[in-house]
Design a protein around this ligand. Structure first.
Ligand code: WQD
Length: 340
């Protein structure tokens, strides 16, 4: 019998790609998603790309404890991958209580249901943003955390909760994966990033400029202490992030307790380098203008990917050109995102 994985937020950007990866590797997948920032259409695309559907998909908020318990009662869940959360940094500053409630409250509700149903294995979606305004890059897992906004603080708090739960409950096995900047799409062009409203993040903004939905990219500052003055990030292909989750599942039983790993490439790319790479991928120069810094931004965030390489012999395999090519393929095939 194949293993069943509950994927919270399974219709979202990273969740949907991870569902395909799991289905491709023989797992049965149950999705729970409230579609507050995802389209139910993603579930149809998952089935099309993987050649088989998820076992079941529930539209529900994680904090609806009765509904959550019913999902665990209906399926023999072996492990949970927990993506479902709010993730817009700017919005989190405006609505901190909603962020704490959804992200931290959602995680504790999930832990309660896991306890109730005897499920001990969890992969948690964490974020490089917990490192905050880092004094140096690359960043290793034991570098100090210093979250600078409520979104990042929710991820840091969840890590603390999970670590403490693991200290008290020795049967628990938790892997927290701190992703750097996931971008790109499934190479088929059928699955990708489809944010609601004007994109916050640079890659979906670039693809929407290239497809004509937005006039030009605003480059937020060129006076940072980086080689060309623009912000440097460690962009990671979403297919590598998905692969990392599948591999994490295979390593959950290496040990009990809480373990934390960066998922990044170790390579930094500036905004201007990204614009140039994306322009090559879409075959036209993408217009941009340099504007003021975005409040809360930091100069550089780059992963030290050494720990996961040593622990699992795992590393990313897709480069920046592939990230740009695949992000563009999705946008070109789906100029308005997933159909309504
Ligand atoms: C990247 C670079 C901007 C938009 C956020 C979260 C993080 C993570 C990924 C969760 C920066 C510049 C951006 C634009 C620009 N995970 N930029 N013009 O801020 O590094 O990270 O998303 O969601 O936790 O904090 O990503 O894509 O917004 O910005 O010049 O229109 O692009 O200044 O240097 P960020 P981003």
């Amino acid at each position: 019998m194949s293993a069943t994985v509950l994927v919270t937020g399974g219709a979202g950007f990273i969740g949907s790609h991870t569902c395909v990866e799991l289905l491709d590797h023989g797992y049965d997948v149950v999705v729970l998603d409230d579609h507050s920032n995802s389209s139910p259409r993603a579930l149809e695309r998952i089935a099309k790309v993987a050649g088989r559907p998820v076992t079941a998909a529930y539209e529900s908020d994680l904090r609806d404890r009765r509904a959550l318990s019913a999902v665990f009662a209906a399926h023999p869940v072996d492990a949970v991958i927990h993506f479902a959360a709010k993730k817009a940094v700017g919005e989190s500053v405006e609505k901190p209580v909603e962020y704490y409630d959804t992200n931290v409250g959602g995680t504790t509700a999930l832990l309660s249901a896991m306890r109730e149903h005897g499920v001990h294995r969890l992969v948690f979606s964490s974020s490089c943003s917990i490192y905050g305004d880092a004094a140096k890059v690359p960043l290793a897992e034991d570098d100090p955390a210093g979250p600078t906004n409520p979104y990042a603080t929710t991820k840091w708090l969840c890590e603390q909760v999970l670590a403490d739960v693991c200290r008290r409950l020795p049967e628990m096995s938790v892997l927290a994966l701190r992703y750097f900047n996931p971008v790109g799409a499934h190479p088929s062009g059928l699955l990708g990033e489809d944010p609601r409203g004007v994109p916050n993040n640079v890659m979906p903004f670039l693809t929407q400029v290239a497809v004509g939905r937005l006039p030009r990219l605003r480059v937020f500052g060129d006076d940072y202490a980086t080689a060309d003055g623009t912000g440097v990030r460690d962009y990671i292909h979403v297919m590598d992030v998905a692969d990392g989750h599948r591999v994490a599942l295979e390593h959950l039983d290496d040990d009990t307790g809480m373990r934390t790993f960066n998922l990044g490439t170790g390579a930094g790319t500036s905004v201007l380098e990204l614009v140039a790479a994306f322009s090559r991928a879409c075959g036209r120069p993408v217009p941009y203008e340099v504007t003021a810094r975005r409040p809360g931004d930091v100069a550089a965030l780059v992963a030290d990917p050494g720990a996961v390489a040593r622990a699992w012999n795992w590393a990313t395999t897709r480069d920046l050109a592939a990230m740009c090519r695949d992000a563009w393929a999705f946008q070109e095939l789906n100029p308005s995102g997933y159909p309504d």
